[in-house]
Design a protein around this ligand. Structure first.
Ligand SMILES: C[S@@+](CC[C@H](N)C(=O)[O-])C[C@H]1O[C@@H](n2cnc3c(N)ncnc32)[C@H](O)[C@@H]1O
Length: 215
């Protein structure tokens, strides 16, 4: 029985390399890992969640789809209690504050052997800034639409020699790709226009001017 998954999770799955051992942090229902194993892209999946209820849901789904032998389950805040023998960490459907706290608590992820696939739900510029300030490089970032919403999925590696992002690039990195990239640029700039109309924020005004000049 094939699992139907959202376009958002499909986009995350598209970043996983064949044969990857995946760590699906904040797995909730476990759909991403189940999909990756069903289509034969991932070799194995470590599924973790900070809450018991979603983790048990992932355990039930793994059994339902007959994939429990290829999946491991950990009740864990971020990566605190998961094994470190994976290739690609996927963290999807969380806001930047949560993602930053997960990454900040795990300096061992600052290692070229890991690839991070991050799909951030809110305050994405804050996540990009954290990554850039801490030696991570965004090597790919794709925009997609799922329902009414635009999302980005990014591939991140540890590369302290990479150029740091400017404040404007934290809002709109040059690397953005995908058919919806222009719509995303307009959405980000629109959000900055509204924010600067409602509050006196010289930093955001400078960023807005810089981004508008590139339109
Ligand atoms: C909105 S769901 C997203 C589920 C799935 N990754 C997706 O994208 O569809 C967010 C999940 O992350 C979990 N979560 C939130 N903070 C977490 C943390 N610090 N460590 C691990 N899991 C966390 C929540 O319990 C929830 O199950």
């Amino acid at each position: 029985m094939k699992l139907p998954i959202s376009d958002r999770l499909l986009a995350c799955a598209g970043f996983v390399n064949p044969g990857d051992r995946v760590a699906d942090v904040g797995c909730d229902h476990g759909y991403l890992s189940i999909h990756l194993l069903q289509v034969g892209v991932a070799e194995s999946a470590i599924c973790s969640d900070v809450k018991q209820q979603p983790l048990q849901c992932a355990v039930r789904n793994a059994k339902k789809y007959g994939l429990q032998d290829k999946m491991e389950f950990y009740l864990s805040d971020g990566v605190e209690k998961i094994p470190r023998d994976f290739d690609t960490l996927v963290c999807a459907g969380m806001g930047a504050d949560t993602m930053v706290s997960i990454l900040a608590a795990a300096p061992w992820l600052q290692d070229k052997k890991y690839r991070l696939i991050l799909q951030c739900q809110s305050k994405t510029p804050l996540l990009r800034k954290y990554l850039s300030d801490n030696g991570y490089a965004i090597t790919k970032e794709t925009v997609l639409k799922d329902g009414r919403f635009l999302y980005t999925v990014m591939e991140v590696v540890f590369d302290p020699a990479a150029n740091r992002l400017t404040p404007a690039q934290c809002y709109l990195p040059a690397i953005l790709s995908g058919e919806e990239a222009d719509a995303y640029r307009q959405w980000v700039i629109g959000g900055l226009r509204i924010a600067t109309q409602h509050q006196d924020d010289p930093e955001k005004e400078t960023i807005l001017q810089e981004l508008e000049a590139c339109l």
